[in-house]
Write a protein that binds this ligand. Structure first.
Ligand code: HMG
Ligand code: MG
Length: 319
């Protein structure tokens, strides 16, 4: 197993030298990917999707969401899904938890990992979870008070770190403050979200630069939506800045019902294709992810958003 902090040594390549040698891909398709889909997906199909993704080697598969069922009807079967998956040893299955009521449901369903969430902009946070940022931190603190003694692994999301659908630009200092507060409350990892997919490489350099002044790269992940086609370019910049955790969604599904205009997440297949082509290890089998994506897209009756599947899933690199 590679040291997660070890870097590629390639004196011939200016781009590759110094990049992380191994990346953890956090698969968010079963949660972020499905939460915005109107076509109901059966519990069985969700479980097959999650099991196929973990079998493909993804070490973190975000399984579902214990939010109010009226807020996200597609994931109203969270308990049933979490109870029916086949847990692969070494795989984490976080579920979104907005408040103590969500935690209570998650614990009863056997959750060992959770993800708490808030935002860098007030207006989005209010529309998303009906709370100011400070109020959401009161809920998160109450969740953490129980989560730590229960031994749960906890991710924390900072949404709208690069732009808000209601407020526009968000100062880099806001994302930094919110991420730091999450880490101070004891979350294991913070995922910085480009909720509506507006970030560009220069902005990633600025926002991540601000974050890295105070926070260690190993505690940060990035969560790019690919609304404007910049997610892979943004990923490359973040890799160059030492980030080795990236969220992605099988088939390029994704979006938030409370973020108008948000399109799918960066597609897992496209991320894997780029990383493997650069010699960066992920431990994930791209063909198996592609098969899982095709199966869920067939359930939804949707064409793929991932470029990799659009060209027929042809893989040209020996890694
Ligand atoms: P609220 O209406 O303010 O809730 O909603 P409340 O605390 O006033 O409670 C009202 C009722 O809801 C009560 O029931 C509670 O028990 C119940 P009553 O007493 O009236 O019978 N309730 C719950 N029931 C089930 N599960 C719960 C729960 N909590 C309260 N967890 C709330 C507040 C947070 C619940 C609601 O706004 C909500 O569920 N929002 C979720 C929105 C959401 O899921 N958005 C998408 C996920 S975030 C995202 O996609 C971004 C991300 O991908 C990163 C990125 O891209 O940036 C993570
Ligand atoms: Mg998202």
């Amino acid at each position: 197993m590679l040291n997660p902090q070890s870097k590629i040594q390639n004196p011939k390549s200016k781009i590759l030298s110094g990049l992380p040698r191994r990346v953890t891909v956090v698969e968010v398709g079963p949660r972020d990917g499905l939460q915005n889909e109107r076509t109901p997906v059966s519990t069985e199909a969700k479980v097959r999707f999650i099991d196929a993704l973990s079998s493909a080697g993804l070490a973190v598969v975000e399984a579902t969401s214990f939010v109010h069922p009226k807020a996200v009807p597609q994931l109203a079967d969270a308990e049933a899904v979490l109870g029916a998956i086949t847990r692969r040893p070494g795989t984490r299955y976080p579920s979104l938890v907005p408040n103590p009521r969500g935690l209570e449901r998650a614990l009863r369903a056997g959750a060992r990992e959770i993800a708490v969430f808030t935002a860098a902009s007030e207006s989005f946070n209010r529309r998303n979870i009906n709370r100011t940022i400070d109020e959401s931190f009161r809920d998160i603190a109450a969740v953490m008070e129980q989560a730590r003694p229960a031994g749960l692994w906890v991710r924390g999301y900072v949404s709208t770190a690069f732009g808000c659908p209601y407020e526009g630009e968000v100062p880099a200092a806001r994302a930094m403050e919110v991420a730091e507060r999450l880490l101070d409350l004891g979350v294991d990892e913070v995922s910085i979200g480009d909720t509506i997919g507006v970030a560009t490489p220069r902005q990633v350099e600025v926002v991540l630069g601000a974050l890295l002044q105070r926070l260690p790269a190993r505690r940060l992940g990035l969560h790019f939506h690919d609304t404007r086609g910049t997610a892979l370019a943004n990923t490359l910049i973040a890799l160059q800045m030492g980030i080795s955790v990236f969220d992605a969604s099988a088939g390029g599904l994704g979006g938030c019902p409370y973020a108008p205009g948000a399109a799918g997440n960066l597609a897992t297949e496209d991320l894997l294709y780029m990383l493997h082509g650069m010699g960066i290890e992920t431990g994930v089998d791209l063909d198996q992810v592609a098969a899982a994506s095709r199966a869920i897209l067939a359930e939804l009756g949707r064409p793929p958003s991932s470029k990799y599947l659009q060209v027929g899933g042809c893989y040209g690199f020996e890694v």
